[in-house]
Design a protein around this ligand. Structure first.
Ligand code: 6GU
Length: 252
C-alpha cells in the first residue's frame, strides 16, 4: 500500500514511520509513505499557506492553491489513482469497517488540515472522502492521519505475525476484547481464573468468548445492534442480567 500525506508538519509522522508497527511495515516494503508540505508549494516570499476567512471572524483558513499543489504532486507520485481523504471532525466516523474498506485501496492521499480548516473548494474538487476519528476537536489532522495509518498498516497482509493477527478478530466480529492474564498466577493476592489454567482448550475458548461478551454488554451494548447476538450468547446475557455472576468466574 502507498500513502501520501499532505501536512504542514511532516516531522510529526516520524512518530509512526520510525517506531512500532508502521515502521516495520515500511521496512518490510509492505507500506510506502510520502509526505508533501503545502508550504513548499507556496510561491510568495513568505511561503504563505493561510489567510483570513472571507466574511470575517476569528482564525485562519488554509489557502486552496498550496494544498491543491501538494495534493496533485502526491497524486502524480502515487503508483495508481489514489483515494484522497481529508481528515476533519466533520467527516464520517472512523471504525473498523471503514478501515477494512480503505485498506483495499492501492493508494491513498491523506490531507491534514490546520487552523479553522481548508478552503471549501479544495474539499469539493480534490477530495473523495472525509474521515473523523471521533467527536472532539484536535488542533490538526496529523494525529488523525497517524491513527488511520496505524489502523490500516495492521490490516495489510503480512504486516502482523500470525499470533498478533488473531488479536484483531474481536473487533472485526463486533465485540470488545475480554480479559487477559499472564504470569504470575497470583499477583498481590489476586489469582488468575482457574479455567485459564485448566488446559481444557474448549473451556478456555468459551471463557474468553463470555469475557468478551460480558465486557461488550456492560460497556458497549450498542455494538450488538450491528452484530446481533447468537442463541448461546443470549442465554449468557440473560444470566448476566439476572445478576448471575456465576455465569463467569471473577476477574472477567
Ligand atoms: Cl480528523 N481532525 C481534527 N482536527 N480534529 C478531529 C478529527 C480530525 N477527528 C476528530 N477530531
Amino acid at each position: 500500500m502507498w500513502i501520501g500525506i499532505v501536512s504542514l508538519l511532516p516531522e510529526m509522522f516520524c512518530a509512526v514511520t520510525e517506531h512500532g508497527l508502521v515502521s516495520r511495515a515500511v521496512a518490510a516494503n509492505r507500506l510506502q509513505i510520502d509526505v508533501a508540505n503545502p508550504r513548499d508549494f507556496a510561491h510568495d516570499k513568505h511561503h504563505t499557506v493561510d489567510d483570513a476567512p472571507y466574511g470575517g471572524g476569528p482564525g485562519q483558513v488554509m489557502m486552496a492553491e498550496p494544498i491543491a499543489q501538494a495534493t496533485e504532486y502526491l497524486t502524480n507520485a502515487a503508483p495508481s489513482a489514489p483515494r484522497r481523504i481529508y481528515l476533519t471532525p466533520e467527516g464520517r466516523p472512523l471504525n473498523q469497517e471503514v478501515v477494512e474498506a480503505l485498506v483495499s485501496h492501492d493508494a491513498l492521499v491523506l490531507i491534514a488540515g490546520h487552523y479553522e480548516g481548508i478552503d471549501e473548494r479544495v474539499r469539493a474538487n480534490l477530495c473523495d472522502d472525509e474521515v473523523s476519528i471521533g467527536d472532539y476537536v484536535l488542533s490538526g489532522g496529523e494525529l488523525p492521519a497517524m491513527v488511520l495509518i496505524d489502523a490500516l498498516a495492521r490490516r495489510i497482509p503480512g504486516v502482523l505475525g500470525n499470533a498478533e493477527s488473531l488479536a484483531c478478530e474481536s473487533f472485526t466480529k463486533g465485540r470488545l476484547e475480554g480479559a487477559h492474564y499472564t504470569r504470575p498466577r497470583i499477583w498481590r493476592g489476586e489469582a488468575v481464573p482457574d479455567t485459564l489454567l485448566s488446559g481444557d482448550h474448549k473451556a478456555v475458548k468459551s471463557w474468553r468468548a463470555r469475557s468478551a461478551l460480558k465486557r461488550t454488554y456492560e460497556r458497549r451494548p450498542e455494538l450488538f445492534r450491528a452484530q446481533p447476538l447468537e442463541t448461546h450468547e443470549i442465554t449468557f446475557i440473560d444470566d448476566l442480567q439476572r445478576g448471575g455472576d456465576h455465569a463467569q468466574e471473577q476477574g472477567s
